[in-house]
Design a protein around this ligand. Structure first.
Ligand SMILES: [Zn+2]
Ligand SMILES: [Zn+2]
Length: 429
């Protein structure tokens, strides 16, 4: 009897999930799991945990994702299941993306790599491998390793043997949008988000949850382009939908963008409480990378209100978090703001220490254009992505596309690659 009713609950959960009611689906699946006896076939139990991971992920319950994935691992270690390697890969994938969202980037990288190293002898294994590569790239991005992030994103969309699914393209373009937004190249970020919007519009039925997600993100580059009203409109639509669907990650993202819009309009009374709401949601979810970003906005508010003491305190809080998770760009931004604040408040000694940190971090991040040698990512500027994964200023690209003297028909190599090795990886192609 127990088996029949758990099957019914699993199906009901699926139906609720497809109707975008993830919380109700979670309740069905949890109750189905409780009902399962020891005799229940293990793959059924394993897959129910997979469904739960999916819904927990959508609602921002990342710690629960890890709990389910660990339960899956336990099952695999205690019993011999058929196709053990397939199941193992799925459990590792759930761990990889759970850790990525919780900003445990090194753990995420190691689980993602375990997924990818697997032989892909069937379609499902291949698909998971691609998803795990996106996850790996996102974790590199979390550590501000832009070169490895770009290389992995590109490897997913440039696969020659199979063309990537729309779903996969969406995930990669979305992540590249985030990467360029982080480097303050808002034009390129907008371009990638726009590609995502196109994908969502083409396949509206299956990609509904992605629509609000991309609307909440495209608002940010719009804001930086001075399109306040458009940004507001996208954010409002996205927020409404996210509230209906218990989508906490998108709610938090919208609140953050609302705060940014109000701050840019110098309406700090509206801005600050929205940062606070976004912050508490990100704390609830355990998303520390976004906490760093929100704290940065709060600190800017305080500095604009000339409450320098508060601004310094909030920046230190952000700095500590960025340090914990190994997010170097976050550390860099905090030090830039602190250097200025300490100089304003007369503490030039500490101010200079922060400036030294800025130089050190910029060097560690290798955020220099290989052509002109100037820094990248500090001011809004158009950047270009080279085939090797290195970035240069768009204004410096014409220099690279000129032919090299005496080597007619051959493009100049990427300056960063040439400096790294004695060979010419781009030239030799
Ligand atoms: Zn340059
Ligand atoms: Zn290069």
């Amino acid at each position: 009897m127990g088996q029949g009713s758990s099957k019914r609950e699993i199906d009901k959960g699926m139906r609720l999930y497809s109707e975008q009611k993830p919380e109700a689906a979670i309740n069905e699946w949890k109750s189905a799991l409780r009902r399962m006896t020891k005799k229940e076939k293990l793959p059924v139990k394993f897959n129910t945990l997979n469904y739960l991971c999916m819904a927990y992920f959508d609602t921002g319950k990342y710690r629960e994702v890890l709990a389910c994935a660990n339960q899956q691992l336990e099952m695999l270690n205690s019993k011999t299941m058929c196709n053990n390697a397939d199941f193992m890969q799925e459990a590792y994938f759930n761990l990889a993306r759970g850790y990525e969202k919780l900003s445990e980037f090194k753990k995420s990288i190691s689980y993602a790599k375990s997924c990818i190293e697997r032989e892909d002898n069937n379609e499902n294994a291949k698909a998971i491998k691609s998803f795990a590569t996106v996850c790996l790239a996102k974790a590199y991005h979390g550590l501000s390793d832009f070169y490895n992030a770009i290389n992995n994103f590109d490897s997913v969309v440039n696969k020659t043997e199979t063309s990537p699914s729309v779903h996969m393209k969406f995930l990669v373009y979305e992540s590249l949008g985030q990467l360029f937004a982080k480097l303050r190249d808002y034009d390129t970020a907008h371009l990638y988000y726009d590609k995502c919007l196109d994908i969502v519009q083409q396949d509206a039925a299956t990609l509904t949850k992605y629509k609000r997600r991309i609307q909440s993100q495209i608002a940010l580059p719009m804001l930086h382009m001075g399109r306040f009203n458009d940004a507001m409109e996208y954010c409002e639509t996205s927020m409404k939908d996210a509230m209906l669907r218990a989508d906490r990650p998108v709610q938090a993202r919208c609140l953050f963008t609302f705060a940014e819009i109000h701050r840019k309009r110098k309406d700090f009374e509206r801005s600050f409480p929205r940062y606070e709401s976004a912050y508490s949601l990100f704390v609830e979810m355990g998303d520390r990378l976004n906490q760093v970003e929100v704290l940065g906005g709060m600190a800017k508010c305080m500095a604009a209100l000339r409450d320098f003491e508060q601004a310094i305190e909030i920046n230190h809080k952000a700095l500590q978090l960025a340090e914990e998770i190994g997010n170097k760009v976050g550390l860099l931004d905090c030090n830039v703001r602190l250097a200025e604040l300490y100089v304003i408040t007369g503490n030039t000694f500490v101010g200079h220490q922060c400036e030294d940190n800025v130089s050190r971090l910029t060097a560690e991040l290798e955020l220099f254009c290989g052509v002109c040698g100037e820094s990248m990512g500090q001011i809004p500027e158009h950047l270009d992505k080279l085939p090797c994964g290195h970035l240069i200023h768009s204004k410096c690209t014409p220099h690279l596309s000129r032919y090299t003297w005496g080597r007619k028909g051959r493009k100049r190599p990427c300056p960063s690659c040439r400096n790294r090795s004695s060979g010419n990886p781009v030239l030799s192609r």
